[in-house]
Design a protein around this ligand. Structure first.
Ligand code: ZN
Length: 346
C-alpha cells in the first residue's frame, strides 16, 4: 500500500457523497493518556413493564401493543413528520421554505427487551429484514412518499432513550440530503460506464483485501476507504440491487447473517454493547427507475478507543471537514481479527 496512506496526512475522497475527509495516520503514534476502563455490562430483563415497546404494554397515546411474537411496527406517536397539513411554499426575498409531509414508524425487532441485533438469532434478524422489505414496499408505494429511510439508533450515547431492540423508518415526500448526493454520484457513474459505482468499488475492495471485515455468499462487510467514524462499516450486496425489495428469501437470510456477524464484532471490540447509528440507503420511491442505485447499509459508531471514549465531530470538523487518526485499514484489521462469537457467549 502507498506510504502516503499509512504514514502521511492525506485526504480521501468519498465516491458516494463527493466529499473529502482528512486522515492523519502519523498521529496514532502519539501517547494516549485518556480513560480506557470498561463500562459495566447492563443486564436487562426480557420484559420490562415500564417499556413502551414491550408486548402488551400501553404507549403514551393510550394504545396497547399487541402480544407480538417476532416483529411489530407502528406509526410513531410523536413523529417528526406527519401526513396531514397542506402543501405550501414560502418564498419571501431570500427566505425560502417548503412544507414537508411523511410518516415516522417504529420497528420493534423482537418482543425480548433484553436483546440487541448481535444477540438475536439469524432467523430473528431475517424477520426484521422481511419487515424492512414490507415497509419499504408499502410506504414507497404511497403517492406522497418519495423516500423511505430505514435506520436504527443504538445506545444511549447515540441519544436512544429506550434499550428495547428497535429501529425507525422516516418516509417522506422529499429526498433527503445524503441520498440526494448519492443519487447524483451513482447516476453520473452509471451514465458514463453503464455499471454500478458501488459494484465496481466492491470489486476493487475484494482485490485489495485491506478493508474487508466479513463476507458471505451474497454480502460483504467492509470499512469504506473514506470512512469518517473510527469503526464505520458498510454492508454491500454482491449483486447490483437498487433496493432491499429485490432480495430473495435466501438473500434475506444472508443479509441477516452478515448484520449479525458485523455487529458481534462491534460488541467484541471493547466488550460492550457497541453503540451506532445504522441505516439502509437505497433507491428513492419517486416512481422513477433507478438503475444507478446499489443499496447498502452503513454503520456509524462513535466509539474511538474504549467503551467510554467517544469521537467528537467538533472544531476543525465543524469548520472544515471530518478528520480521523486511525486509518480505515487499521480499523478493518481490528474488526476482521475479532471472533464472530459474541463475547458474552464465549
Ligand atoms: Zn421493552
Amino acid at each position: 500500500m502507498s506510504k502516503m496512506l499509512t504514514e502521511q496526512p492525506h485526504r480521501r475522497y468519498n465516491i458516494l457523497t463527493g466529499e473529502w475527509i482528512l486522515v492523519s495516520p502519523h498521529r496514532t503514534k502519539r501517547p494516549w493518556q485518556g480513560k480506557t476502563e470498561k463500562s459495566a455490562t447492563d443486564q436487562r430483563p426480557q420484559y420490562d413493564p415500564n417499556c413502551y415497546l414491550c408486548p402488551t404494554n400501553t404507549r403514551a397515546n393510550g394504545e396497547v401493543n399487541p402480544d407480538y411474537k417476532s416483529t411489530f411496527s407502528f406509526i410513531n406517536d410523536f413523529g417528526a413528520i406527519v401526513m396531514d397539513g397542506e402543501q405550501t411554499e414560502y418564498n419571501e426575498g431570500l427566505f425560502k421554505a417548503i412544507s414537508e409531509q411523511g410518516i415516522c414508524k417504529v420497528i420493534c425487532f423482537s418482543p425480548d427487551h433484553s436483546l440487541t441485533l448481535p444477540l438475536m438469532s439469524v432467523d430473528g434478524i431475517t424477520n426484521v429484514v422481511k419487515l424492512w422489505k414490507r415497509e419499504y414496499a408499502e410506504l414507497g408505494a404511497m403517492e406522497a412518499i418519495n423516500h423511505v429511510q430505514i435506520f436504527e439508533n443504538k445506545g444511549d450515547i447515540m441519544g436512544c432513550s429506550n434499550p428495547h431492540p428497535h429501529g425507525q423508518i422516516w418516509a417522506q415526500s422529499s429526498i433527503p440530503e445524503e441520498p440526494r448526493k448519492k443519487t447524483a454520484t451513482q447516476l453520473a457513474y452509471f451514465q458514463n460506464h453503464g455499471r454500478s459505482l458501488l459494484g465496481d468499488y466492491l470489486k476493487q475492495e475484494l482485490e485489495a483485501k485491506e478493508r474487508i471485515v466479513a463476507e458471505n455468499e451474497d454480502f460483504v462487510a467492509l470499512v469504506p476507504f473514506w470512512a469518517i467514524w473510527p469503526y464505520e462499516a458498510m454492508i454491500i450486496p454482491r449483486k447490483h440491487y437498487s433496493n432491499i425489495g429485490q432480495l430473495s428469501a435466501s438473500e434475506e437470510r444472508s443479509f441477516a447473517a452478515i448484520i449479525k456477524a458485523l455487529t458481534i464484532k462491534f460488541d467484541n471490540l471493547f466488550e460492550v454493547s457497541f453503540p451506532y447509528s445504522g441505516g439502509i440507503h437505497q433507491a428513492p420511491t419517486d416512481g422513477k427507475e433507478h438503475p444507478e442505485w446499489h443499496f447498502h447499509m452503513s454503520f456509524y459508531p462513535p466509539l474511538l478507543r474504549s467503551a467510554t471514549v467517544k469521537k467528537f465531530m467538533v472544531g476543525y470538523e465543524m469548520f472544515g471537514n471530518p478528520q480521523r487518526d486511525i486509518t480505515a485499514e487499521m480499523a478493518a484489521k481490528s474488526l476482521r481479527e475479532l471472533s464472530e462469537v459474541h463475547y458474552s457467549q464465549s
